[in-house]
Ligand binder design. Structure first.
Ligand code: PEP
Length: 247
């Protein structure tokens, strides 16, 4: 089954309007490789501005609330993000699971709220170093998948990112065998959960310290359909070679 590669930047809490030139540069890099789908998940304050200059890249958000509206001070609904120009949203990033104490049930509800507004979703999974060292990484991630997978999960609106927490922003990555083993386990579990056809069409991204030096090798692994990239997506100069590596 051929799956179009997907490479998405996550700017986290970085970026002011002064950085919109980087969005433009990334949009131009995306236009060079139409066979790769490229996106940038920017802070909500930048979505509207970024949409105007992202060129061939799509603009996404980094989280949404599971409710459509209401008394939730400081939160943003999927409809608000869509109105601002987002077409995708990340849910369940480990920084939100940890810092905001989001549960897998919350994450599944957020994914459904996003889908109800027509947003595409990247659902993040990943184990801590302690879990990896205890030899239980696969069990942990598959359990997280089972608990976070939204009803109706399908490849036309959902992609999954495996992001070992200990690899995020650390410069340390799993071995290629460990990445392949985890992605294969996720694909196999998806086949049981949503059927072989849907599972085989779903894009599985790797995230955690992807850079220009390691991207091509990681993206070339079986069952790796692209990447979710933090630090190295902040500038066109750093992100463009990663986008090119997916081509
Ligand atoms: C992330 O936080 O999604 C991420 C992958 O970060 P980094 O690339 O900086 O490790």
């Amino acid at each position: 089954m051929s799956r179009r590669k997907l490479v998405v930047g996550n700017w986290k809490m970085n970026g002011l309007r002064a950085q919109l030139g980087e969005v433009e540069a990334i949009g131009k890099a995306a236009a060079e490789v139409p066979e790769v789908e490229v996106g940038l998940c920017v802070p909500a304050t930048l979505i509207a501005g970024a949409t105007g200059c992202a060129g061939a890249a799509f603009i996404g958000a980094q989280d949404c609330h599971m409710k459509q509206s209401g008394a939730h001070t400081g939160c943003l609904s999927a409809a608000m993000l869509k109105e601002a120009g987002a077409t995708w949203v990340i849910v369940g990033h480990s920084e939100r699971r940890t810092d905001q104490h989001e549960t897998s049930a919350d994450v599944a509800a957020k994914a459904l709220a996003a889908r109800a507004e027509g947003l595409k979703v990247i659902l993040c999974l990943g184990e801590s170093l302690e879990t990896r060292d205890s030899g239980k990484a696969i069990d942990y991630v598959l359990n997280q998948l089972a608990e976070s997978l939204p009803e109706g999960a399908a490849p036309d609106w959902l992609s999954i990112a495996y992001e070992p927490i200990w690899a995020i922003g650390t410069g340390r990555i799993p071995t290629m065998e460990q990445i392949e083993e985890m992605h294969s386990a996720i694909r196999t579990a998806l086949r049981q959960a949503i059927g072989a056809g849907a599972a085989d069409g779903m894009r599985l991204l790797y995230g955690g310290s992807v850079n220009a030096d390691n991207a091509a090798e990681i993206f070339g692994l079986a069952d790796v359909d692209g990447g979710l990239v933090g630090g190295a997506s902040l500038t066109g100069a750093k992100f463009a070679p990663i986008i090119a590596a997916a081509a």
